[in-house]
Design a protein around this ligand. Structure first.
Ligand SMILES: Nc1ncnc2c1ncn2[C@@H]1O[C@H](COP(=O)(O)OP(=O)(O)O)[C@@H](O)[C@H]1O
Ligand SMILES: [Mg+2]
Length: 570
């Protein structure tokens, strides 16, 4: 028999027993309460967490919706994978569907023609709202699947550029999921590694920023905002073929008119019937651009045309998206005739915004002009320090023909500097000259300061005051037109410019008309100083209408000996 451990035998009094029981009950109750409290806290925490999550989800959902609509205020409209995972299933489904849907469907007609054009340089121009900028954003995507594709898309100003960038954000991530936009560099990087650089180029020299860079696609939206072809011509040199499967090319868009209307018209819309492909021509001579006959050029290329251009006209009616907006049509229709024709109908023929469309290098410029002997010589000047001083030297022939044989176009010269410059230049003149000087230069500076005219005269450079009466600007312009016209008898123009007056020849065809006062040159145009000097010059020797050449010669001779200024006697 095993020895059993004696059973503990406690003997509690009943009072003690009751106490123990109460203690136990209290402990149990406390434990239960603690458990309950813990449960409650857990539930509360879970509830709180759930609340946060649903808020977050809602936020993500709104953000994604915004991004899909392209209205997100965040830096990009690109959806990250992380964001997408957080999104409600419904949203995920929408996104998947969007990706599968056709992102862009070109409008039939010109937009399709533009996006499938094969010419090296194409202008898509005409009516506003034709879908030009949109097409410009889509076109560089042609080779975005190729890692060697380097595209450059330009506008003239930053705000205009931002507008394009905004649109690209709506479009590209959908077209190329995974495309990233680098905000600082303003550059898209497509999943293939292809890039699209957005940039703005304001003035001609700004374009040198791209020196040493090469692109396979170059585009300028609103190219007529550039008053000269400089930027476009320079960029052509940045176009390089780096990959045989990419054909490099350039694209531009424009509304008719604008500062650059004159050269864009010469380059794209004049050479061939609209929509037709043509070999690129020199915009001055109209000759086809050909490979030079040089040893550096492959033998089979020498003398052959270089590349093709094409102009694709756009009309507002081409864009069904906008045609559905009667407000837009109404706005356009309410514009003045000229602007309406340009924007609504894409009319280029009325786009002659340049003030002197009749100026023609072939007619008005003689490369090495030799002044006929015995001509009366004088000069005209529009003085400037921050802006260039513009001086032109004129000779007037017995028959009234005006020759411009020299120019000076330089900024940063004070009155004394300019006077010395002129003295040096005129050292070989047969006789001392007199000039016409803008009226502002006669204003006294301060209480005692001499005027610019006085300073120059103290150095021995003589001037008379240009006419600045009412209507002098318009009369001057009319006189320049009269001078540029070909005389029916002599079959020569009334003005001949020497080829060395490079800046006058460059700026004269650029001068734009004032959009608010179309009968005058736009005073906002920066390079009008030589034109002003030209006006002062021609106004001091107005064409005598209907005078017989011999009579003119007589008048001219008489004038030569007349004092030009009654006060000073010269
Ligand atoms: N193929 C297209 N599909 C959908 N919308 C388009 C298409 N082409 C143009 N649009 C829309 O039409 C409007 C005007 O186009 P836009 O390119 O700005 O015209 P433009 O530059 O010729 O003035 C824009 O809102 C653009 O998003
Ligand atoms: Mg546009």
């Amino acid at each position: 028999m095993s020895e059993q451990k004696p059973k503990r035998n406690y003997h509690y009094s009943s009072a003690q027993k009751a106490k123990i029981a109460a203690n136990r009950a209290a402990k149990a109750a406390k434990k239960k309460a603690e458990l309950e409290a813990r449960k409650l806290r857990g539930a509360q925490a879970r509830a709180a967490r759930a609340k946060v999550k649903s808020k977050e989800r809602a936020k993500v959902a709104t953000e994604i919706t915004k991004k899909l609509a392209g209205t997100s205020k965040e830096k990009s409209n690109i959806l990250t994978g992380e964001e997408l995972q957080k999104a409600p299933v419904a949203i995920q489904k929408i996104v998947e569907k969007e990706e599968k849907e056709v992102i862009f469907r070109p409008h039939l007609g010109p937009q399709t023609a533009f996006l499938s054009a094969s010419e090296t340089e194409v202008l898509y121009g005409g009516a506003a709202g034709g879908g030009k900028s949109y097409a410009m954003l889509v076109d560089p995507l042609r080779f975005a699947h190729n890692p060697n594709h380097r595209a450059l898309l330009l506008r003239k100003s930053m705000p205009e550029l931002l507008e394009l960038i905004d649109k690209s954000r709506q479009l590209y991530p959908k077209a190329f999921p995974g495309a990233r936009f680098r905000e600082v560099e303003k550059r898209w990087i497509f999943p293939s590694g292809a890039t699209l650089q957005f940039s703005f180029v304001d003035t001609d020299p700004d374009v040198h920023r791209f020196q040493g860079q090469a692109f396979t696609w170059i585009g300028i939206d609103e190219i007529t905002h550039y008053s000269t072809p400089y930027v476009w011509d320079y960029l052509r040199s940045r176009l390089r073929r780096t990959d045989l499967s990419i054909t490099p090319y350039m694209r531009c868009t424009a509304n008719p008119g604008g500062l650059g209307g004159w050269w864009v018209k010469k380059m794209f819309t004049d050479p061939a019937p609209w929509g037709d492909s043509f070999w690129a021509k020199d915009i001055e001579t109209g000759d086809t651009l050909r490979y030079p006959d040089s040893e550096y050029i492959a033998a089979e290329l020498r003398g052959r045309p270089t590349f093709k251009r094409r102009f694709i006209p756009a009309k507002l009616t081409d864009n069904p998206s906008l045609m559905q907006s009667p407000e837009y049509m109404a706005m356009l229709a309410s514009l003045p005739e000229t602007q309406r024709k340009r924007l609504l109908e894409g009319d280029w023929d009325i786009a002659d915004d340049c003030a002197f469309p009749e100026f023609d290098k072939q007619i008005h410029v003689v490369p090495n002009l030799k002044l006929p002997s015995g001509v009366f010589r004088f000069r005209a000047c529009d003085y400037g320090y921050v802006a260039p001083s513009a001086v032109l030297w004129f000779g007037i022939d017995y028959d009234g023909t005006l020759y411009i044989y020299r120019e000076l176009y330089q900024k940063g010269l004070d009155a004394a500097d300019l006077a010395q410059e002129i003295i040096e230049i005129e050292a070989n003149e047969p006789r001392p000259l007199v000039g016409v000087l803008d009226t502002e230069s006669w204003a006294q500076r301060g209480q005692v300061g001499p005027s610019i005219a006085e300073v120059m005269m103290s150095w021995g450079v003589r001037w008379v005051k240009a006419d600045k009466g009412p209507g002098s600007r318009l009369n001057g312009k009319a006189e320049v037109h009269r001078r540029l016209a070909i005389d029916t008898i002599t079959e020569r123009p009334g003005i001949i410019i020497s080829g060395n007056c490079k800046n006058l020849i460059r700026t004269l065809p650029m001068l734009p008309l004032d959009p608010h006062k179309p009968e005058d040159v736009d005073t906002k145009f920066k390079e009008d100083h030589l034109y002003d000097a030209l006006r002062y010059g021609v106004m001091s020797r107005m064409v005598r209408q209907n005078a017989h050449p011999q009579e003119q010669a007589y008048v001219q001779k008489a004038e030569e000996y007349q004092p030009l200024d009654s006060t000073f006697g010269y």
